[in-house]
Design a protein around this ligand. Structure first.
Ligand code: ZN
Length: 100
């Protein structure tokens, strides 16, 4: 629980990054983050997607997939801006924490 809280920022950046490349949806991002070593359940993923949307970093589009409504998310200009700022901060962090 504490670890998840600690890594929440990383998870949010992962989501924003992928939403900048293509439309994403919850189950797909759960799998993607699993590949990166993060265990994120649907009960964690969906609230993160909703808050990124309500904060204006993602926009949502609903599509009927085989009778089920799936929500696709794509980055917004505001999201692009924060992703850009995150990149600079990640760079800074790598310089200090990894390359020192
Ligand atoms: Zn990723």
């Amino acid at each position: 629980m504490l670890n998840r809280k600690f890594f929440l920022g990383f998870i949010r950046i992962h989501i924003l990054y992928h939403a900048s490349k293509e439309e994403i949806y919850g189950v797909q991002m759960i799998q993607e983050l699993k590949n990166h070593g993060y265990k994120v359940s649907p009960g964690i993923m969906y609230p993160i997607l909703h808050s990124l949307e309500s904060e204006g970093f993602l926009k949502c589009r609903k599509e009927n997939v085989k009778g089920k409504i799936r929500k696709y998310y794509k980055i917004t200009p505001r999201g692009e801006k924060i992703l850009h700022e995150s990149r600079q901060k990640i760079n800074e962090l790598i310089k200090e924490v990894i390359e020192e």
